[in-house]
Design a binder for this molecule. Structure first.
Ligand SMILES: [Zn+2]
Length: 156
C-alpha cells in the first residue's frame, strides 16, 4: 500500500518548463478583450450594454434566406437560418442554436421580469433572451436583436 512514493515520473519535462508560465489561457475570455471596431454605436449598445432594439426595427426580422447567423462582434456561429421562425414578437426568433456551447445564459431580473438572457459564449456579447414558448422540436424561442447578428454563407 505504501509503495507509491515514487511519483516522480508523473512530472515530465514539459511541466517543468512551464512551471514559471502557468497561465495556460484556459480562463474564460474577458468580455472586454474582443471588441470589433467596426460595430456601430447601436450594436455596441446592444452587445455590451444589454440594450434592446425597438421591435420590428431589426434588419433580420424578415430575413428568409439561408446561411448562418453569427455574433456581430466576434463572428461565432450562433443560429442556422433554417431554425428561424416567425414569432410575431418583433425580433428575429430561432428555435435552436447551432451549438448550445456557443451560447451562454444568465438569469435576468431586470424590468420586473425574470428572463433568461443569452450571450455569445466567446465574447460575452448580449444577444437577447430565450423563452420556453417556442415551436417543436425544442420548444425554445431564442429572441435575438438583429444588431447583435451578422449573416454569412455556410462554410459547406
Ligand atoms: Zn461574440
Amino acid at each position: 500500500m505504501n509503495d507509491k512514493i515514487e511519483k516522480s515520473n508523473s512530472v515530465d519535462s514539459n511541466s517543468i518548463i512551464n512551471a514559471n508560465n502557468v497561465n495556460t489561457g484556459a480562463e474564460d475570455v474577458n468580455d472586454e478583450d474582443i471588441v470589433n471596431q467596426n460595430l456601430t454605436a447601436e450594436q455596441k449598445e446592444v452587445l455590451f450594454n444589454k440594450g434592446t432594439e425597438p421591435p420590428f426595427s431589426g434588419k433580420f426580422l424578415n430575413y428568409h434566406g439561408n446561411g448562418i447567423f453569427v455574433c456581430a462582434n466576434c463572428g461565432t456561429e450562433l443560429f442556422d437560418a433554417k431554425s428561424k421562425f416567425e414569432s410575431g414578437s418583433g425580433w428575429p426568433s430561432f428555435y435552436e442554436a447551432v451549438d448550445e456551447k456557443s451560447i451562454k445564459t444568465n438569469t435576468d431580473k431586470s424590468h420586473f421580469m425574470v428572463r433568461t438572457e443569452i450571450m455569445c459564449s466567446t465574447c460575452g456579447g448580449h444577444l437577447g433572451h430565450v423563452f420556453n414558448d417556442g415551436p417543436q422540436p425544442t420548444g425554445l424561442r431564442y429572441c435575438v436583436n438583429s444588431l447583435a447578428l451578422q449573416v454569412k454563407d455556410k462554410a459547406k
